[in-house]
Design a protein around this ligand. Structure first.
Ligand code: ATP
Ligand code: MG
Length: 143
């Protein structure tokens, strides 16, 4: 299977609840490597741009407010089938519908405050990684 990269965020509620390590442990146990990471506070423009596909949705304004409510941890994950594997680890958007043992089932408090973001396709992963990281900031495993 191909080695892929995906983009991940520990959202403000995840950082507030002190879950960075718990989330990273899930990635590592599943064979995904963190190849770059940084903590930052998203600006309103960043959050609006990042979730631009949801601009017309009724929850958009609240989503931007939530995503700018505190620092986030952003990371690039690398591994076999990384995009799908990360989505599997995250679980469904709504924690009530997320499979047992997933990050959202275990830690999320609502459909909005759901602890993590993960790219939903390899194409979007490339766009999202480039939005936040320079190529020279990525440290793939030496082969
Ligand atoms: P993400 O893109 O953050 O990884 P996702 O792909 O599971 O999550 P999307 O449909 O892309 O879900 O929604 C983006 C984010 O918007 C969700 O993670 C959640 O924080 C918020 N959101 C989605 N649907 C709702 C809703 N019905 N009410 C409130 N917030 C929502
Ligand atoms: Mg999404």
């Amino acid at each position: 299977m191909a080695i892929e990269r995906t983009f991940s965020i520990v959202k403000p509620d995840g950082v507030r609840k002190n879950l960075i390590g718990a989330v990273y442990q899930r990635f590592e146990q599943a064979g995904l490597r963190v190849i770059s990471a940084r903590m930052l506070q998203l600006s309103q423009a960043h959050a609006e741009g990042f979730y631009g596909v949801h601009r017309e949705r009724p929850f958009f304004k609240d989503l931007v407010k939530y995503m700018t409510s505190g620092p986030v941890m952003i990371q690039v994950l690398e591994g076999e089938n990384a995009v799908a594997k990360n989505r599997e680890l995250m679980g469904a958007t709504d924690p009530k519908k997320a499979a047992a043992g997933t990050i959202r089932a275990d830690f999320a408090s609502s459909i909005e405050e759901n602890v993590v973001h993960g790219s939903d396709s390899a194409e979007n992963a490339a766009i999202e990684i480039a939005f936040f990281f320079a190529g020279s900031d990525l440290y793939p495993r030496a082969s």
